[in-house]
Design a protein around this ligand. Structure first.
Ligand SMILES: [Fe+2]
Length: 304
């Protein structure tokens, strides 16, 4: 069983610049550095973000990292392979007990892991730190088959769809655990395969506003926001990191089973503007156009 959408692993061209962004703009701290790999977190979890210096000078998604319940790694890997994932073998690195890499349809690398190491609470910060890695959003030409795969391979559950269940423009899924956030996985219709954005959650909207104020300056403006998503319920501000990846800062996402704003998965109409923003904005073109390339773990293994 997948218990948490834990983090992502990203290849970045300028490791120091990306670390600086996640420390000072998002509020993470570096918990460990091994050669040109940096582990970052804002909680007592060893990492909620892994940055690896790129050897090709490009930004790329390496792994979507899903946490598996203790003792269930082997069974979860087998379930994903039966659903169509390709086994890319075990992976050992800092901060976790064991992990296994898969390539899923679309060429995305998924790392299933157990045994996240605990680290000391990070020091207090002038502007509040996020309390969790929230979700990733991936772009694919056809959303519905990827939703079906996420359900079959990983046991994730649909939260909502935008446009229709059969041909969603956007779809959101959550982990099958008590108190899961409305979405840990979002899937966007897109002309090509891509990572679209990642997100971190803050306890209070005031913290989110403070983070947005700390982000904007004469060179940096929000890509979109602030607003409040109807689907998922969170207030949002979309920023960009120095590698070009879009990072959503959010607050107030619906907690499944505990929030009256959600009583089961539903289809939102494209004609209902509340789905994307209850406060009235519509999706900007520049938001839709954001993309980070996806590194196939099979191709990565061949290159080595
Ligand atoms: Fe998002």
């Amino acid at each position: 069983m997948i218990t948490r959408i834990g983090s992502i692993t990203l290849e970045v061209p300028d490791l120091e610049a990306s670390i600086d962004f996640f420390q000072h703009k998002v509020g993470l701290v570096e918990t460990e550095r091994v050669e040109r790999t940096s582990y970052l977190s804002a909680t007592t979890r060893h990492h909620e973000m892994i940055l690896v210096e790129s050897t090709t000078g490009t930004t790329a998604l390496r792994h979507l990292n899903l946490e598996v319940a203790e003792g269930q790694l082997e069974a979860t890997v087998a379930q994903a392979i039966a659903a169509g994932a390709v086994d890319c073998g075990e992976l050992r690195h800092e901060g976790i007990a064991e992990a296994h890499v898969l390539e899923i349809p679309g060429g995305f690398g998924v790392k299933l892991y157990t045994g996240m190491q605990a680290v000391p609470e990070p020091p207090a910060s002038d502007i509040a730190r996020p309390y969790q890695f929230s979700h990733f959003n991936i772009g694919v030409p056809e959303v519905a088959p990827v939703v079906d795969f996420m359900v079959e391979a990983f046991g994730l559950r649909p939260s909502d769809w935008l446009r229709s269940k059969e041909q969603p423009f956007l779809a959101w899924l959550h982990c099958p655990v008590e108190g899961a956030p409305h979405h840990g996985v979002a899937i966007l219709e897109s002309a090509d395969i891509k990572l679209h954005h990642i997100a971190f959650d803050y306890r209070d909207v005031a913290d989110l506003v403070a983070r947005a104020d700390n982000y904007v300056d004469t060179d940096h403006y929000l890509v979109w926001g602030m607003g409040r998503h109807g689907t998922g319920g969170s207030a949002f501000a979309y920023t960009e990191d120095p590698s070009g990846m879009m990072v959503e800062l959010g607050s107030g996402m619906i907690v499944i089973g505990k929030d009256p704003r959600w009583d089961g998965p539903k289809v939102w109409s494209m004609d209902d503007p509340r789905g994307v923003d209850e406060w009235g904005s519509s999706i900007p073109e520049k938001w839709l156009a954001k993309r980070v390339e996806v590194r196939s773990p099979i191709a990565l293994a061949v290159r080595r």
